[in-house]
Design a protein around this ligand. Sequence first.
Ligand code: TYD
Length: 139
Amino acid sequence: MPRGDLTACRIIEFPVIRDIRGNLTFVEHRHGLDFPIKRVYYLYDVPAGAERGGHAHHELQQMIIAPSGSFDVVLDDGSEQKVVTLDRPWMGLRIGSMIWRELRNFTSGAVCLVLASTSYEETDYIRDYAAFKKLALEE
Ligand code: TYD
């Protein structure tokens, strides 16, 4: 069994308060967020054709949201892959530890908002795919 849980990488639907003045979505622990947020970061002005990600994490838990525009997230546990498209502002993609991810096909003006369980620590990153695969699949 791979150490990362690909089946746990799933779309969470956050509440939507619809209003003629504009819609509102919120993220909180009672509504689908299952870890305390320590950090928020976001990608924007991503040029056409650019790819982000290309790493896994030892510990980090994340929720990825597309508040504007869309992009694809390729998820990989070292054995299997699946692709999730984020194209609705009320959807979040939950990604656990030991999952390799690549983000691609950003539309113009897309924003990738990431809620993260820990502060930034380079030692938590696995940036070499071969090393990830070995670690992910070792008994
Ligand atoms: P990286 O995680 O490689 O970006 P992505 O996964 O979106 O492709 O980070 C790019 C650079 O930004 C790298 O030098 C580390 C730095 N960085 C921080 O300083 N703090 C952060 O919270 C993040 C996510 C990255």
